[in-house]
Design a protein around this ligand. Structure first.
Ligand SMILES: [Zn+2]
Length: 329
């Protein structure tokens, strides 16, 4: 413990000589003004008024010396420094970031939003998520900081921002701009089901027949590989079952159109279930491609085609995709 205390260093900027409380986060000491935190945050207000621990030893009152600081656990010093930055930023600085298209601030702002949510600093939280919503459209398509935005959006319960970030990640994975294995790591870390489904699914579907590309991937844990294997087996089994019972087409079109309508139907179903052979994990989302293909059928038969697609045994919506990769019981 003593070694720990000796290792802590004062932050070069946020250790104010006239500060009223010393806070230690990881190996860094901040000396700031209690009022900056406690006027905005009931959590800090409570923290600063709690009776002191009796084990404070020789360091004097808690938070009054480098030897006996208030210790914040479970947070990185970089993230806490971002929050302190926001608390001491001037209104012009705040406004400049809010209207900037400079992506260099994303990580700082995401940290501010996350910690503001955690410590109940409501105004800073909304400022942070608003900035992130503003930044997102300017973010280059392959930029991995989209995951920091998603993380903040999830922790702050900002569903609109979550969906926008998820949409970018989904497109990026489909267009091979993001590695779905990175997405698996983030998804499992956050426990965010919509991303779990997408990340695992696209890891399988991008790999196609090359099962070994994820089976031996050094960045995947054993549990993640087991989930992939289990999902792979389930999807292949579903696809094979479906191939045996392709839905027939009840026609509503005129008799003279029937042959062409029937041919179109068959070619789409065949493309969906036979052209890409085993291990055909693509069939799940292919149902969505089939729905788009309905536009090419005779108009009167489009509805019948769509309902046949919806009734496919393999049809799994993207929102339910995570269930395929749930832990094996
Ligand atoms: Zn028809």
């Amino acid at each position: 413990m003593n070694d720990d205390k000796q290792a802590a260093v004062r932050d070069p900027k946020y250790y104010f000589a006239d500060g009223s409380v010393i806070i230690r986060v990881e190996d860094r000491l901040f000396k700031i003004h209690k009022s900056r935190l406690s006027t905005n945050s009931s959590i800090f207000e409570t923290l600063f008024t709690l009776p002191e621990s009796t084990a404070s030893g020789s360091g004097g009152r808690e938070g009054q010396s480098d030897e006996n600081p208030v210790i914040l656990e479970g947070e990185s010093s970089i993230a806490f420094r971002s929050l302190v930055w926001a608390l001491y930023a001037t209104p012009p600085e705040i406004a400049r970031i809010q209207h900037s298209s400079d992506m260099g601030h994303i990580e700082t702002v995401a940290d501010v939003a996350r910690l503001a949510h955690k410590y109940d600093l409501n105004e800073y939280e909304s400022w942070g998520t608003e900035c992130l919503s503003h930044f997102l459209p300017f973010l280059p398509a392959s930029d991995l900081r989209v995951y920091s935005i998603l993380r903040a959006a999830i922790l702050c319960h900002d569903e609109v921002l979550q969906q926008s970030a998820l949409q970018r990640i989904r497109n990026g994975i489909r267009d091979h701009l993001y590695d779905p294995i990175d997405a698996i790591k983030v998804a499992d870390d956050l426990g965010f089901r919509p991303l779990i489904g997408l990340a695992y699914y696209y890891t399988l579907s991008n790999a196609r027949e090359r099962v070994d590309s994820w089976m031996s991937h050094p960045e995947l844990t054993r549990d993640q590989r087991i989930r992939l294997m289990s999902g792979h087996c389930q999807l292949v089994a579903l696809g094979q079952r479906q191939r045996r019972i392709l839905p027939s087409h009840p026609h509503f079109c005129q008799l003279q159109s029937r042959a062409r309508c029937e041919a179109t139907w068959k070619s789409y179903m065949n493309a969906a279930f036979f052209d890409v052979m085993s291990p055909d994990v693509l069939v799940v989302l292919r149902a969505e491609i089939l729905l788009e293909a309905a536009a090419k059928l005779e108009p009167r038969c489009q509805t019948a085609f769509k309902s046949a697609v919806h009734n496919l045994a393999i049809f799994i919506s993207e929102a339910d995709l995570w269930k395929v990769f749930a832990d094996v019981q």
